[in-house]
Write a protein that binds this ligand. Structure first.
Ligand code: PLP
Length: 408
């Protein structure tokens, strides 16, 4: 590995990403198989926001995944990457009248999140009285009672319609002859356990029954799964793709209406299919001991590894030609000018000379999209082919790229 790292460093410098598109395909295929082994009507929709790397979007399309998008920018990205528009799911809290109109004309699955979107759809229906309009609704899980531990310790999710909101809007939709074809229940939890999905599935089926929604073709439980863990993360007690599939299918198939009508089960995985698809290589430039505290300076930034500065360090490996040094317990700090730029905190290092490398795993989900253009540019993305060749998929940006984005 060290030789390979040095080779890429020679070609495009550090920091850089290794990408493994085949791992992404394997993750998606395994997730799909886990469901279709139990229930055939299944749609796998890749959550675009997790990582926009072009080759991943291409691969997802090639293996007939749907695109899960949450803004008009993402929607247009899916269109431009060649996803058939009836294979695009349009979620997200903010959509304009024009966004909704375009997506509905294109026969995409549009999941409405708030009442103002109902107003948009009713207006669209008035303008096109002969047209059949079909929409989806995101359902709020009303987790206040403690049924699902929300991400970040939050007490309430802000997304989707509560039961009392549905009591108001569903009659309006029915009266206007707008068909409700999808119920969506994505809820990001902190523990990602299978029981959360049983809860989501049950709630969606309760809503279906309560409002007598007989046009439903899609039961969408969203993303938020565990999976794609790289080596160095203990997964022995974590659910597997097959555990989620069993829990969700069992719960839904226990519902009489579901087992008779056989709608599609839809999932929208992001992190659980992309975490292990990228590794980040960063180079050490300096070790300092300041009043007893060690700092090892590397050329990446915390945005690329720990954007939310959570306690957990990502697994990493040291690569070096140099002999081992005395072990230090140190912070690895990044290339920005911020004191909080800590790529890792309190980790043990035995190689921290100028030119040594650290390779961080599990950096595939969110971190690239969340890395701002701040002091250092976006890093190159490099694929290593099965024959060991280096294929640079994305170059490091330079000042001209930056100016192109900053000027009209
Ligand atoms: C609507 C929706 N679907 C899918 C996802 C993907 O979640 P994850 O990356 O945790 O699988 C998200 C993430 O926030 C989301 O908001």
């Amino acid at each position: 590995m060290l030789e390979l790292i040095k080779k890429v460093d020679n070609e495009c410098g550090t920091p850089f990403y290794f990408v493994y598109p085949e791992r992404f395909v394997n993750n998606l295929q395994s997730f799909r198989k886990a469901f279709t082994d139990i229930y055939p009507n299944f749609i796998l929709s890749y959550s675009f926001k997790t990582n926009y790397t072009s080759v991943l979007l291409q691969k997802a399309k090639e293996i007939s995944c749907f695109a899960e998008t949450v803004s008009s920018m993402e929607y247009n990205l899916a269109v431009q990457k060649g996803f058939a528009t009836d294979k695009i799911i349009f979620n997200g809290p903010i959509k304009s009248f024009e966004d909704i109109k375009t997506a509905l004309i294109n026969k995409s699955i549009v999941q409405l999140d708030s009442e103002y979107e109902i107003t948009h759809v009713l207006k669209l229906q008035k303008e096109n009285p002969g047209q059949e309009i079909k929409i989806g609704l995101r359902i709020n899980m009303e987790v206040g009672s403690g049924s699902i531990a929300l991400q970040g310790g939050l007490r309430q999710s802000r997304f989707g319609f509560t039961t009392s909101m549905l009591e108001k809007v569903i009659p309006l939709l029915k009266e206007a002859n707008i068909k409700i074809i999808s119920l969506h229940g994505h809820t990001s939890s902190s523990d990602r356990i299978v029981d959360n999905y049983r809860h989501i599935a049950n709630r969606l089926m309760e809503i279906r029954a309560k409002f007598d929604l007989n046009d439903i073709r899609y039961i969408n439980v969203g993303g938020g799964f565990f999976g794609a863990a790289p080596e160095g993360i203990d997964v022995s007690k974590k659910p597997k793709y097959t555990d989620y599939a069993k829990g969700i299918c069992e719960t839904l198939l226990a519902d009489k209406w579901f087992s008779e009508r056989k709608p599609y089960i839809v999932i929208e995985p992001g992190a659980s299919v992309v975490s292990n698809v990228f590794e980040l290589v960063t180079k050490i430039h300096q070790h300092k001991n300041i009043q007893g505290q060690d700092f090892v300076f590397a050329d990446a930034s915390y945005f690329q590894v720990r954007p939310f500065l959570t306690k957990m360090n990502l697994p990493f490996t040291e690569y070096s030609d140099n002999p081992e040094q005395p072990e230090i317990i140190t912070d690895v700090v990044g290339a920005t000018c911020m004191e909080v730029d800590k790529i890792a905190e309190g980790v043990s290092l035995k190689h921290y000379s100028h030119g040594d490398y650290l390779l961080f795993r599990a950096v595939g989900a969110y971190r690239q999209n969340l890395s701002p253009l701040f002091i250092i540019p976006w890093s190159p993305v490099v694929e290593v082919t099965s024959s060991g060749h280096i294929n640079i998929l994305k170059n490091r940006q330079d000042a001209s790229d930056l100016l192109n984005m900053l000027e009209k």
